[in-house]
Design a protein around this ligand. Structure first.
Ligand SMILES: Nc1ncnc2c1ncn2[C@@H]1O[C@H](COP(=O)(O)OP(=O)(O)OP(=O)(O)O)[C@@H](O)[C@H]1O
Ligand SMILES: [Mg+2]
Length: 251
């Protein structure tokens, strides 16, 4: 099953992704996790030792040259749009039990529609992982769905949009939905996060009434503490762990 997680900045994408991945791991499933948000640190949220030392693939200059035949940062010129990537998940991932993690990193944006060697490699990698792998794939994305092309989107089983009770988070969900529709990715589910009361849940249900809700995660101080202390939200015993297990049952 291939899952992509998106949503407004700070809503809890990384927290939810980490909970989901660690829970699947706990259930004995092999999970390939992709940190596709340049500003995030999914590895830390997963509790992978040395998380801050993992070099993002977009910064592996020699690899990019070797695989695409072009110099990173170059625009124009020739490079492969279909580089070899099938060995990379094994070779480049950080590991924790049944979890493999790949950190994509950020690609410098050129003009609109610009394709550079780094993004060509990352796109090919995401395409491979989503289309050809038979393990669970969970992608922690930014407030958009970059790296997902049409062909890849077809193989994504669900786009999970994390929302919190707040108007901007609803607006962003609408925007993500539009982007997804453009690549014909229509299987979308919503996770309500940071829920403090029935009123919060009601607010989200009302404003996103035509979307499927996978579930609601309570607001938990313990998750903020975990973040501050650099431990995985999965490793603080909180009620969210049970809710995430129920969500997996619904997938
Ligand atoms: N259910 C929750 N209850 C309380 N705090 C939460 C909850 N979920 C996430 N948080 C806290 O909210 C903050 C943002 O969470 P997180 O980093 O997961 O969001 P994000 O959407 O990945 O952010 P970014 O857009 O920066 O990548 C963190 O401090 C996290 O601990
Ligand atoms: Mg994040």
């Amino acid at each position: 099953m291939k899952l992509a997680v998106s949503g407004k900045g700070g809503v809890g994408k990384t927290t939810f992704s980490a909970l989901l991945i660690r829970t699947l791991n706990d259930q004995g499933k092999r999970v390939l996790s992709i940190d596709a948000d340049p500003d995030a640190n999914l590895a830390a949220a997963l509790g992978i030792p040395g998380a801050d030392k993992i070099i993002p693939i977009a910064e592996m200059k020699e690899l990019i040259i070797e695989r695409t035949g072009a110099t990173p940062g170059s625009i124009g010129g020739y490079f492969s749009l279909n580089p070899k990537v099938d060995d990379l998940p094994e070779a480049l991932s950080a590991k924790l039990e049944n979890i493999k993690l790949m950190r994509l990193g950020g690609v410098q944006k050129g003009g609109a529609g610009c394709i550079c060697p780094e993004s060509s490699l990352l796109k090919a990698l995401v395409r491979h992982v989503v289309i050809q792998r038979d393990e669970f794939v969970v992608m922690d994305m930014e407030a958009g769905i970059e790296h997902l092309g049409r062909a890849t989107a077809k193989a994504v089983d669900k786009l999970i949009v994390v929302v919190e009770p707040g108007r901007r988070s609803i607006d962003t969900a609408g925007h993500i939905r539009q982007l997804a529709a453009e690549i014909q990715l229509t299987n979308i589910a919503v996770v309500g996060n940071k829920i403090r009361s029935g009123k919060d849940e009601q607010f989200l249900r009302e404003h996103l009434s035509d979307l499927e809700f996978l579930g609601f995660l309570p607001y938990e101080d313990a998750l903020i503490e975990a973040d501050l202390e650099g431990i995985s939200p999965f490793d603080v015993n909180s009620p969210v762990n049970l809710v995430v297990r129920e969500m997996i049952g619904r997938l």
